[in-house]
Design a binder for this molecule. Structure first.
Ligand SMILES: Nc1nc2c(c(=O)[nH]1)N[C@H]1C(S)=C(S)[C@@H](COP(=O)(O)O)O[C@H]1N2
Ligand SMILES: [Mo]
Length: 324
């Protein structure tokens, strides 16, 4: 594996995870049965050009997909067991150990309603959606507003691709994501002081950014319920609470939505929520982050290190709290 280390804060290659192995053809073919997808989706996946030299190959598994070489994380992947067992998912409780409880959320069948300012409202089954897109592996840093961080190989589709399928009207200025509310599976919904459902949003400009994806897998495996399966948003330049889990509705709107954490406390958790080490949370510093799974604290980067891709989007915005 060759990764070019571009920043001083990136770790030496000797600390890179041993979990990364070459993607074999067998695992690619194995994906069809495991996912229950038709042959056409597999053929489409296999047709994607091979990973360029010098870029890590994808994690094997039913969701195996070529790595997008533009976005390398520059630090070791979080051990998968930590990503699977240390979670924020308030529908299941306010502690990090909700993974067992989350297994009760049924992920199949799953469909997403696309509505609001669109040419035509539609409800699309997840399998149907996945047949229309080609998946990529995205190796991203994740920064929670609580100053802990992960490094995750997601499998997903560019959010831009969903926009093509959804066909929003030009009057749409925002995209709004709503999480499932399964009262039987999610005990947190009984905590009535939270403004359920979990709603998040982006500007259309942000949604079109190449970094924004809808994730359906991680570590080559289908996205587990505790991580937001079967489909969640991932916007790695923002604090983690922006990436809504278990998405059942995508709405296009002219007005900015009131997002879940903004409604809980807009002073602490705003709409923009771009990562910035220089802007402290009202109750703690954001200068550093703790790498879950490693006994290590590292400096936090503005836009979580993705400024090259996203800073330009915020140039014209004045008088707003972009970093909280
Ligand atoms: N529906 C929903 N989505 C959510 C949350 C939540 O509580 N409910 N927590 C957010 C927060 S604060 C973080 S840091 C990430 C955590 O994702 P992970 O558990 O997969 O690491 O999910 C985000 N998405
Ligand atoms: Mo978070």
């Amino acid at each position: 594996m060759l990764i070019r280390w571009r920043h001083g804060w990136e770790i030496p290659e000797s600390e890179a995870t041993p979990e990364r192995v070459a993607l074999g053809r067998r695992s690619l073919l194995g994906s069809a049965a495991a996912l229950g997808l038709g042959g056409s989706a597999v053929a489409a996946r296999a047709a994607v050009s091979p990973t360029p030299a010098g870029v890590p190959t994808g994690f094997p598994g039913p969701m195996a997909a070529p790595v997008d070489p533009r976005f390398l994380p520059g630090r070791a992947f979080t051990p998968s067991k930590d990503v699977y067992t240390y979670n924020n998912y308030y529908e299941f409780g306010s502690q990090k150990n909700i993974w067992r409880e989350a297994q009760r959320l049924p992920l199949h069948p799953w469909s997403i309603t696309i509505d609001g300012l669109v040419e035509q409202k539609q409800t699309i089954g997840l399998e149907d959606l996945l047949k229309q897109v080609s998946l990529q592996e995205r190796l991203y840093r994740h920064r929670c507003v609580e100053a802990w961080a992960l490094t995750i190989p997601w499998t997903g589709l560019p959010l831009k691709r969903l926009l093509e399928i959804a066909k929003p009207l030009s009057s749409a200025k925002y995209i709004v994501f709503r999480t499932d509310e399964n009262h039987r599976a999610m005990p947190g919904l009984r905590e009535v002081w939270y403004p359920w459902p979990y709603v998040e949003g982006l500007t259309m400009f942000e949604a079109s950014n190449d970094l924004a994806i809808l994730a359906v897998g991680l570590y080559g495996q289908p996205l587990k319920p505790q991580n937001g399966g079967p489909i969640r948003l991932v916007v790695p330049w923002k604090y983690g609470f922006k990436s809504a889990k278990a998405i059942v509705q995508v709405t296009f709107a002219a007005k900015r939505p009131l997002t879940f954490w903004e409604e809980v406390d807009g002073r602490e958790y705003g709409f923009w929520a771009n990562v910035n080490p220089a802007v402290p949370h009202p109750r703690w510093s954001q200068a550093r982050e703790r790498l879950i799974g490693f006994d290590k604290v590292v400096p936090t980067q503005i836009y979580n290190g993705y400024g090259e891709w996203v800073a330009g989007m915020y140039k014209g915005i004045k008088g707003q709290q972009l970093f909280r």
